[in-house]
Ligand binder design. Structure first.
Ligand SMILES: Nc1nc2c(ncn2[C@@H]2O[C@H](COP(=O)(O)OP(=O)(O)OP(=O)(O)O)[C@@H](O)[C@H]2O)c(=O)[nH]1
Ligand SMILES: [Mg+2]
Length: 660
């Protein structure tokens, strides 16, 4: 037997799916989380040989977005034996529109009235009456707590065996146009909802929520809170809890590293080989994995914040700005997802139906610093700044501001569409975040991070170590690393980075390898400076990471520039692959990558040059070159914007001529 879970976005389908099958698919407090279908076997305890399919949320059987069509295609073409229509009981009226459409398919259907825990405080739904109206069984459940699942599955089995699903809404078929049919459907659904539902007076909690929202959605307070929370998250992850765990972890790995080095030396192993193993492979791995506890604690806190509904408020604050750049509030969701990893973030742009908005969002999402970029931020703010927590919070804010500015730029270049943005961000309710779910998410991110550190990163570190150990004649370079292949390959890139204050081949090599995976920036630094110990968490407690500062020989302002360069140039190759899949246009992909490069480079350059003048009262390196680059960029973009305007007027006059 195959059961399909269908219903409106955010109704709790995936929560139910996880509860029914024991899976751990991503659930979040907003619409459009699931963008593809998923299948798993029902827990044996409930019934044997049953497959459950989780589908993306849909408002209507006639799809508006590509993931909604996944839902339609599945229920129409693959014909599940039963549909469980997950209905958010706090939103009955809106949900029934889709329910009536599902009933028309004639597939056995059970309505799972979900979130009945929340609904209890707000409305009262007469279940029997509703069953009569819809002519299908209705089961109250709380997916979150796994309540009512037995009854739900029992009913699903029963309707599937009877297989006599009636369509209670045959009258609708007589309407000739879709629009008229939809209007009539709204009317019918409204009637039903009125008959079966008694709304309670606004509960105290809702009133409190409104008061809170009044303050939190004030841009000034909201953004301040956001920076504060990020700073606190940093403080907790790097200075207390995360540091404590990281300390033991790194000490453990270094212990292993030491004893391997000793035994290799004892066995008289080739010096180069033992260095490759201990400094290159284990050292680089340790440098990256040392950040694991930090990332995990950070993800745990962010996941709590996300679950509480607060992140959606931050999105709200940016909504008017987003509308100004021709995006809608919907574009915010991919960006919130993107703080974990840009790949699912970019993938969730699928929920945006307007093509231009979808493409813009795809290009803007990677500007959000993902989890893999967090070690870079932590390393540099930790080593170079006294107020590291604050700088950490501000970095995320800079990312958001950059998104707005780059959005404006894209809009200016591609020309504004005349799309009206009716979309309103649905503000999920505040609630106590689930520690368990945040914990699971943290473990998930941690696992991913550890796997990457153990595979891609180890591989990349090995290559970097080898390139750094040999010259082109394949002779060991020993201490004169400047003669190595790595130095030779990275030096041309370093030239380009001079106006950014980071024209050092080691840093260039780190930035380039960052495209394999952003953690590798840290990994490469550890290998090229043979300083896994400088990245060792203990050093964060030292006077501002003096060692790191001295080894790199760059100023704090240049460190900031290096960090921004790595954060805001294009994401890793895997994320670029995701961008390619969602953009579905070579032109957008190529120009998009050029744009991301330009932006990351310019931001870093401007920060370095202006920062150097302000902080040290002198001109930065490559000052003249930077002026030339800036001027050239301005000319280039003005040209792009101008030609786009001309093209627009051209098409317009063509059209007028045609109409004449
Ligand atoms: N209070 C309460 N919250 C629930 C319940 N079931 C789900 N939720 C919450 O509702 C939100 C949405 O849950 P999801 O399972 O992601 O919803 P979905 O229907 O899969 O959403 P899309 O994938 O976007 O279509 C999450 O914050 C859940 O924790 C429930 O029974 N009670
Ligand atoms: Mg889902």
């Amino acid at each position: 037997m195959k059961i399909a879970l269908a219903g409106n976005p955010n109704s709790g389908k995936t929560t139910l799916y996880n509860a029914l099958t024991g899976s751990n698919e991503h659930v979040a407090n907003w619409s459009g989380v699931t963008v593809d279908k998923r299948e798993a076997t029902l827990k044996e305890r409930l019934a044997k040989d049953v497959t459950v399919v989780d589908l993306p949320g849909a408002y209507s059987i006639r799809p508006y977005t590509s993931e909604e069509s996944i839902t339609r295609d599945f229920v129409k073409e693959e014909g599940p034996d039963v549909i469980i229509n997950v209905v958010d009981a706090t939103n009955l009226n809106r949900s029934l529109f889709f329910t009536t459409q599902l009933l028309e398919l004639g597939i056995p259907l059970v309505v799972a009235l979900n979130k009945s825990d929340l609904a209890a405080t707000k409305t009262e739904i007469d279940i029997e009456k509703l069953e009569e109206e819809l002519k299908c069984p209705i089961v109250e459940i709380v997916a979150l707590k796994g309540k009512g699942l037995d009854v739900l599955i029992e009913n699903a089995k029963k309707v599937s065996e009877e297989n006599t699903q009636e369509n209670a809404f045959t009258s609708l078929a007589t309407f000739t146009t879709i629009d008229k049919q939809d209007l009539e459907r709204y009317r019918i659904v409204n009637d039903i909802a009125e008959k079966v539902e008694t709304k309670k007076e606004m509960a105290k909690t809702s009133a409190l929520q409104e008061t809170i929202d009044h303050y939190v959605t004030n841009p000034f307070i909201g953004i301040l809170l956001f920076v504060g929370i990020m700073a606190l998250a940093f403080q907790l992850s790097i200075n207390t809890v995360g540091l404590f765990i990281a300390d033991s972890l790194v000490a453990f790995i270094e212990g292993i590293q030491g004893s391997i080095a000793d035994s290799l030396a004892g066995a008289g192993t080739n010096e180069f080989l033992s260095a490759l193993l201990t400094d290159g492979i284990i050292g680089g791995f340790a440098a990256v994995i040392g950040f694991l506890p930090l990332i995990m604690v950070l993800m745990f806190i962010l996941s709590l914040v996300e679950d509480s509904g607060f992140l959606a408020r931050i999105a709200m604050i940016f909504d008017p700005l987003f509308k100004k750049i021709g995006l809608s509030g919907k574009s915010i969701i991919p960006m919130i997802v993107g703080y974990g990893c840009a790949i699912p973030g970019v993938m969730s742009t699928r929920t945006i139906k307007n093509e231009k908005q979808r493409r813009m969002t795809t290009l803007l999402t990677p500007f959000v610093p993902c989890g893999a970029k967090a070690p870079i931020i932590a390393l540099f703010v930790g080593a170079f700044f006294n107020e590291s927590a604050l700088v950490f919070g501000i970095t995320y804010l800079v990312a958001f501001l950059l998104i707005i500015l780059v959005g404006l730029l894209i809009k200016a270049i591609t020309g504004a569409d005349d799309v009206k943005n009716y979309f309103i961000v649905e503000l999920p309710e505040y609630r106590l975040p689930s520690v368990k779910r945040s914990f699971l998410k943290m473990m998930d991110t941690g696992k991913e991070f550890a796997i990457r550190a153990g595979t891609i990163i180890v591989l990349a570190n090995t290559v970097v170590f080898l390139m750094g150990s040999f010259d082109f004649n394949l002779r060991l370079v020993g201490d004169s690393v400047d003669n190595s292949i790595l130095a030779a390959v990275a030096s041309p890139f370093a030239l380009l980075l001079i106006p950014l204050g980071i024209g050092v081949w080691q840093l260039a090599a780190a930035a380039v390898t960052g495209f394999i995976a952003k953690e590798e920036v840290v990994g490469t630094l550890a290998v090229v400076y043979a300083m896994s110990s400088a990245i060792n968490v203990e050093e964060f407690e030292l006077t501002n990471g003096f060692i790191l500062r001295e080894t790199m020989g760059i100023t704090a302002v240049a460190a900031l520039a290096f960090m921004f360069f790595n954060l805001f140039t294009p994401p890793c190759f895997a994320a670029i692959g995701a961008m390619k899949a969602e953009l579905k246009s070579r032109k957008w992909l190529v120009n998009g990558i050029i744009l991301q490069f330009g932006v990351g480079y310019l931001v870093a350059m401007v920060v370095y040059q202006i920062g150097t003048i302000i902080t040290y009262g002198e001109l930065g390196e490559g000052f003249v070159a930077s002026l030339v680059i800036l001027a050239a960029t301005i000319v280039y973009f003005s040209f792009l914007i101008k030609t786009s305007k001309e093209k627009k007027t051209l098409t317009y006059s063509n059209k007028v001529a045609f109409e004449k």
